[in-house]
Design a protein around this ligand. Sequence first.
Ligand SMILES: NC(=O)c1ccc[n+]([C@@H]2O[C@H](COP(=O)([O-])OP(=O)(O)OC[C@H]3O[C@@H](n4cnc5c(N)ncnc54)[C@H](OP(=O)(O)O)[C@@H]3O)[C@@H](O)[C@H]2O)c1
Length: 250
Amino acid sequence: MKIVVIGGTGLIGSKTVTMLRQGGHEVIAASPKSGVNSITGEGLKEAMAGAQVVIDLTNSPSFEDRAVLEFFETSGRNLLAAEAAAGVQHHVALSIVGTDRSDNGYFRAKVAQEKLIEASDIPYTIIRATQFLEFLGGIADSSASGNTVKLSPGLFQPIAADDVAPIVAEVALAVPRNGIVEIAGPERAPFNEFVARYLKAVGDPREVVRDPAARYFGGRVEELSLVPLGEARLGHIGFDEWLRRSRTES
Ligand SMILES: NC(=O)c1ccc[n+]([C@@H]2O[C@H](COP(=O)([O-])OP(=O)(O)OC[C@H]3O[C@@H](n4cnc5c(N)ncnc54)[C@H](OP(=O)(O)O)[C@@H]3O)[C@@H](O)[C@H]2O)c1
């Protein structure tokens, strides 16, 4: 089967491309570096010719509210138009658990991306994942002021990229759900406690302060804002195992 992974050089994209190639599929790892750009449209027609499945694993270079909204709207429109012209039979996209329950700018952009997919005629599956364990450092940095990291005690259930990629690959090969699948990590704990555990484990001296009013990328985090509310598929890699693997890889 020919599968195009847009954002095929990224964290989840590169792992997904490897898995699908191991399964014997013809996979195009598309990104601006390989001449495929979902914003300008460059290379989309050529990449999608003869493809049955397109997996959108792009991310915006800027997380600023307006920039990220423009990125996911423009990219989503261009991809779906190119897929319709090429007769693609399954569009898969990676979104975030709780996008519709929080008021931050990044989540609003992901909701806009989801709406474009739902309104298109292309059969689709949207996978909503919780935050990636690989993103813990970025979360700490974005919530830091000097040596203090303020975070909400809302519940947090991060998932390892090595758990996300096989699920994305599996979903891409299955029948389109025309709906949403939620996935999360195996451990659930307050946001502040998880990030404190991470900083301690990597020897980062910054102190995590529990602050129910702390904002995450500009949005409030209530107790259940970031975790699945209903049925969710769980990954197998817990925090300690993920840390052990990331130390072995580096
Ligand atoms: N971070 C989280 O915790 C989290 C949680 C749930 C869902 N997600 C979602 O998961 C998705 C993948 O995230 P990630 O961390 O794997 O992303 P990433 O590592 O930042 O990779 C982004 C990819 O997008 C490509 N890209 C950027 N601009 C593009 C354009 N104009 N046209 C085509 N490709 C473009 C990049 O290509 P280059 O290498 O050429 O720049 C790269 O391959 C995102 O949509 C994100 O919203 C993230």
